[in-house]
Design a protein around this ligand. Structure first.
Ligand code: DGY
Length: 325
């Protein structure tokens, strides 16, 4: 009997290909050049399954050209590249990779918090440029993280992991989330539920951990930035589009807020070049989950989802058709 055909849309670890190869006839884009939408549709036209990444858009325009497709498994916890309604209407399952990247993403959020508060990349660039003439009392003065109020927007697994790490810095933690955590979890995270207005007005550090959807599009725009303290910093390692980048650039230029640490942008990788002119930003190329173990675990989890989906089992991370509106 012929084995199902699957496409891996970007480079993955060899062990992932080996695992998939035990079950499927595998085509893999190990060159790692992103497919255009047309190339993606061509690659999936005769496939039953796909292992995708966040830049592969799975929508009706693609699905109509891929009649054999039964399952698309994202190597990402975010899945705003899926039109789940269209997938469900055509009987295509979608999965993501929750859980395995929480620690790495929370750690990187803290790297951004500390680098931004202590102006690390700005100071390094200055040192590399040969500007350092000697020690000065007032050189690169930053803000104290210890004891500062941390505001977490989006208190899912990653937000909670960020909150738990704040204990070591003796920080009061506020959080804003559609659903309030149960009291035991609030105690575990040492976090107090707040309205978005309260959180923005009271926090010294605001960090975003909410998925991107129509509901969270530009959740942080000019009006919300204006509610923050002038001394506050914004940390964003969620998904491009949750923040209005033009409004953020204006706020950073005009001193509406003090600084920002950013791992994600609108229109990646062609982000707004005005960010590069700003001194008060720390910039990273969407690498919050990028540790070897974490990326390997994400890819293996996606592969396990694909095997389950195409062998008649329930994939461990099956997405509901209405998961993101
Ligand atoms: C995710 O998992 O959604 C990340 O953004 C990918 O690194």
């Amino acid at each position: 009997m012929s084995r199902p055909k699957v496409q891996v849309t970007r480079e993955v670890f060899d062990e992932v290909l080996d695992f998939l190869g035990q079950h499927f006839e595998v085509s893999s884009n190990q060159d790692d050049r992103p497919f255009t939408p047309t190339e993606l549709a061509q690659a999936l036209a005769d496939k039953q399954g796909a292992l995708t990444v966040l830049t592969d858009r799975i929508d009706d325009a693609l699905l109509i050209r891929c009649p054999q497709l039964k399952a698309v498994c994202n190597i990402a916890v975010g899945y705003n590249n899926f039109d789940l309604k269209a997938m469900s209407a055509r009987g295509v399952l979608g999965t993501n990779t929750p859980g395995v990247l929480d620690a790495a993403t929370a750690d990187f959020t803290w790297a951004l918090i500390l680098a931004t508060a202590r102006r690390l990349t700005e100071a390094e660039a200055w040192l590399r440029a040969g500007e350092w003439q000697g020690w000065k009392l007032k050189q690169f003065l930053g803000m104290d993280v210890q004891g500062a109020t941390l505001g977490i927007i989006g208190m899912g697994r990653i937000g909670q992991a960020v909150a738990k790490r704040a204990r070591g810095f003796d920080m009061p933690v506020l959080y804003y989330n559609r659903t309030r955590l149960v009291p035991a979890l609030e105690r575990e995270c040492n976090a107090r539920h707040a309205t978005l207005d309260e959180l923005l007005a009271q926090s010294d550090i605001v960090t975003l951990h909410t998925p991107y959807s129509a509901d969270s599009h530009h959740l942080i725009g000019a009006a919300q930035l204006a509610q923050m303290k002038k001394t506050a910093i914004l940390i964003h390692a969620a998904r491009g589009g949750v923040v209005d980048d033009v409004a953020l650039i204006t706020a950073l230029n005009s001193g509406t807020i003090a600084a920002a640490g950013l791992d994600v942008f609108e229109n990646e990788p062609k982000f707004n070049p005005e960010f590069l002119k700003l001194r008060n930003v720390v910039l990273a190329p969407h690498i919050a989950s990028a540790t070897t173990n974490t990326r390997r675990n994400m890819a293996m989890l996606a592969a396990r989802n694909l095997v389950a989906a195409l062998t008649g089992a329930r994939p461990p991370n099956l997405l509901k058709p209405d998961a993101l509106k």
